[in-house]
Design a protein. Structure first.
Length: 416
């Protein structure tokens, strides 16, 4: 019989990982309190739980004016609208991220301009971003991917030089810090998701951190159907000139996020300790590259953990490895497609206004993103954060499974 679980052998991990989201009586009490209050929804905005969430979240990230809203996609669209960015304006996005990072500018009528990533951290390459700037460039959206942070020093310098708005996509970066400053407080805006898999969740939800109160009030007008929030004390000031929609967060969701914030610091610490243990253990496995940690990335937060393999040394490609790891009971996946391969952005494959109006920006045959292609199609392995909540045993088993697969790589590639 094969040693490998994918070929019928015994699994390395037989226990399920700790479930996510974590909940207890506090969540039930918080939701019950909202139900009894009769104030369930997001109107009038912000309700008491939503206002409390805004102030607690800004405190957690260490600054900014927080505007809770429906999810971590509209956060970016709202940031662009609040900054006056729209039709035909160019917005630079990295080639390795969830498609929402580019769909959000398109929802605002802007054109996402894809640039390659840095092989050391898989985040936006600031030099590639610099080369993509044109007279139409208005904003830049670096994504802090998985557990890494984009080089915010270089990105902020670029933005300052060219007068660009910076929206940090922090869907994966709750609690992360760059040079001691919270993710999302460095650029003009920080966009956070509270979707169910995220390390702070309310089931669905999002929070936009804004650099100034003026921007935050504009964002509030956009998410509240264009009701004016620009008046004294944040009160209604007649209809806003900003076009809006209903992207409000409900009080029930805000109540859940508030309980999540109480748990967050201990969970983040546990993940960080276990990830450091994982860095050490993986550095001994041939064919595995631990992504480099920039010393300016002073606090890491772990939504997922990415490492890279060299398929030739390791013996298999990353998709085969991830399938084998899953069979061993270790939660692993290949992660995102390279952005220019998402079907959403294919010319002629989309009825969306933006690609049809600006076809030259979607002619990917003339563009090259070799680092993202290598990462997304050959070498990246994404490990789920729940492994870090299973103690040292969780990490030991993941590494043991990797070594087992490597030892049997020839048999596995013959079967693949
Ligand atoms: C990098 C990134 N940006 C944005 C989003 C969108 O967040 P939401 O699902 O809350 O709209 C996600 C969600 O998975 C994400 O991973």
């Amino acid at each position: 019989m094969s040693e490998l679980a994918i070929l019928g052998g015994p699994k390395t991990r037989t226990e399920p990982y700790p479930a996510w989201p974590v909940w207890d009586q506090r969540d039930i009490d918080a939701v019950t309190e909202v139900i009894k209050s009769g104030h369930w929804g997001g109107y009038p905005y912000p309700g008491p739980k939503t206002a409390e969430l805004a102030s607690k979240f800004a405190e957690l990230q260490g600054g900014g004016f927080a505007v809770p809203m429906a999810n971590g996609t509209v956060t970016m669209e709202v940031a662009l609208r609040a900054a006056g960015i729209g039709w035909g304006d160019e917005v630079i996005v990295p080639a390795c991220t969830f498609q929402a990072t580019a769909a959000a500018p398109m929802n605002a009528g802007a054109v996402p301009i894809i640039v390659d990533i840095d092989p050391n951290n898989y985040c936006m390459d600031p030099q590639a971003a610099a080369k993509a700037i044109t007279p139409r460039t208005r904003a830049i959206i670096p994504v802090h991917l998985a557990s890494n942070m984009a080089n915010m020093d270089a990105i902020m310098a670029l933005a300052e030089k060219h007068n660009l708005i910076v929206i940090e996509d922090c869907a994966h970066a709750h609690g992360a810090k760059w040079n001691g400053r919270g993710a999302g407080t460095i650029g003009d805006f920080g966009s956070f998701s509270l979707q169910s898999s995220k390390t702070l969740t309310s089931g669905e939800g999002g929070i936009l951190l804004c650099r100034s109160e003026v921007l935050a009030r504009k964002a509030m007008a956009v998410i509240d159907c264009g009701r004016g929030h620009e008046g004294e004390g944040g009160g209604e000031a007649g209809p806003s000139p900003l076009m809006g929609g209903n992207f409000r967060l409900s009080e029930l969701q805000a109540a859940l996020a508030l309980v999540g914030i109480q748990r967050f610091p201990a969970q983040a610490k546990e993940r960080e300790q276990m990830a450091a243990y994982m860095d050490e253990a993986l550095s001994e496995v041939p064919g595995v590259r631990v992504l480099r940690r920039d010393p300016r990335h002073t606090t890491r937060s772990f939504y997922q953990y990415i490492f890279a393999i060299d398929p030739a040394t390791f013996g298999v490609e990353h998709d085969v490895l991830c399938a084998a790891l899953e069979a061993e009971g270790v939660l692993a996946e290949v992660g995102y497609q390279a952005m220019h391969h998402y079907s959403l952005f294919q010319p002629g494959n989309s009825r969306l206004a933006v690609p049809n109006a600006f076809p030259e920006c979607f002619d990917f045959s003339r563009m090259s993103f070799p680092v993202a292609e290598r990462a997304c199609e050959h070498e990246a392995v994404w490990i789920d954060e729940s492994i870090f909540r299973a103690g040292r045993q969780g990490v030991d088993e993941a590494v043991a499974a990797l070594k087992k697969i490597q030892k049997n790589a020839r048999e596995l590639s013959q079967a693949a």
